[in-house]
Design a protein around this ligand. Structure first.
Ligand code: SAH
Length: 394
């Protein structure tokens, strides 16, 4: 038996906890002096008010989410524990994908809150976002060696959310020498990702299925890939028979990788890159340009709950401009990666924006989220952060 400190719930389990939520909030527990004194990240057991242990996880007295549960019963969170969870995560990805390029661990969705691991062949990028997981780094890396044995491991511990947990930012190679750029195989394309300098873990695996869907609409089309990053949508569209693809992004290095990937996949001559502030550039072009397929996959406009109304207005505006840029009979993809706006609200703003364009009508032909290597914990619907809507405009 593991003898961890016990934290008690103030009252009966909330409906949320009964649903299996892995989060326990600070106002739900008895925050006595002993609890307050525990160092951030301490492994704890969670007990009902009568003392019955109902879960085990790690605790941070400084965080609004005080406990993140890892298991229904207490057990050591050692390399053996992580190896079990990694094997389960790997079994799902092995079923889904032919090549080892995917999100291997998606935090709560894989029973490992605070941990993300993206796999690029024999390179793994590990991202730890909570104090509890940070203390378990050695066990995580040992388990990764046991289960995957990657040649290269990069720790990308620079997510802004680490500050909420009192953690510093660091990017560190913990094994081998991760190649940069490295090749990402996805949907039959070899993309390029800059693992240490790029955004997040260097690549957005979450849009894989949506890229494939849009590619089916791209044959013969003039495509605008706005907020293109390194060309996830656009390179595949070009390789799937688009006539021309324009990448638009504010990041010069991202555009350079997009063009290089286009060239390496034999479609460089059909692609060109524009470096600009997308909102300004899109509005300017909307005056006289039209595209058959328009992709708008911006950074999160609703970063915090307090930004909901201003972010919602920005999504509406982008929908209006994106629709205006879409030729009659063309297709428009609108995406949001803000977990602070619901799918319903996002769809409403998109509809309102499209309605303000000149199109006679619009139909929604595809509604989707992140690919299945980003599993969602059933009791945390808000972790389904990605929303992607594809419209046909007439
Ligand atoms: N569609 C991409 C991911 C987009 S991530 C893919 O499939 O991989 C969001 C992108 O928006 C980033 O590349 C970032 O550089 C870019 N970006 C952020 N603000 C911008 C702005 N104001 N104008 C243009 N690009 C912007």
């Amino acid at each position: 038996m593991t003898k961890n400190p016990v934290i008690r719930l103030k009252s009966r389990e909330s409906a949320r906890l009964r649903l299996g939520s892995p989060w326990v909030f600070s106002n739900e527990i008895t925050m006595d002096a002993a609890a307050k004194a525990l160092p951030p990240g301490t492994a704890v057991s969670l007990a009902a008010p009568d003392g019955t242990v109902i879960g085990a996880g790690y605790f941070n007295p400084k965080s609004l989410i005080s406990i993140r549960l890892l298991n229904k019963t207490p057990r050591p969170f050692d390399a053996g524990f992580f190896a079990e969870r990694l094997r389960a995560a790997l079994a799902l990805r092995d079923k889904l994908y032919d090549a080892p390029f995917y999100r291997l661990v998606h935090a709560e969705g894989d029973g490992l809150p605070g941990l993300v691991i993206d796999r690029f062949g024999d390179t793994c990028v590990v991202q730890i976002t909570t104090a509890g997981m940070d203390l378990l780094e050695d066990a995580i890396l040992a388990a990764l060696d046991q289960v995957i044995a990657p040649k290269h491991v990069l720790l990308r511990n620079d997510a802004p959310s680490r500050t909420l947990e009192g953690l510093d930012a660091e990017v560190r190679v913990v094994k081998g020498a991760p190649p940069s750029p490295l090749t990402v195989q996805e949907n039959g394309i070899n993309y390029l990702a800059d693992l240490s300098g790029g955004q997040k873990t260097g690549w957005y695996f979450d849009q894989r299925d949506n890229r494939a869907f849009v590619a089916r609409l791209a044959k013969g089309a003039n495509v605008l890939d706005a907020f293109s990053y390194t060309g996830g949508f656009g390179v595949l569209a070009a390789a799937s028979g688009a006539q021309h693809v324009t990448f638009l992004d504010a990041s010069e290095p991202a555009l350079a990788w997009a063009m290089k990937a286009a060239e390496e996949n034999g479609v460089g001559e059909k692609c060109h890159a524009v470096k600009a502030d997308a909102m300004v550039e899109l509005e300017k072009r909307a005056a006289n340009e039209r595209f058959d397929v328009v992709i708008c996959d911006p950074p999160p406009f609703v970063r915090a709950k307090k930004d909901l109304e201003s972010g919602a207005r920005a999504y509406r505006k982008l929908a209006r401009i994106g629709a205006t840029l879409t030729a009659p009979g063309g297709y428009l993809l609108l995406a949001s990666c803000s977990h602070n706006i619901s799918a319903e609200r996002f769809a409403l703003e998109c509809a309102a924006g499209i309605a303000r364009s000149d199109h006679a009508s619009a139909t929604l032909i595809h509604q989707s989220g992140a690919s299945a290597d980003h599993p969602v914990h059933p009791a945390l619907p808000e972790s389904a952060y990605l929303k992607a809507l594809v419209y046909r405009l007439a």
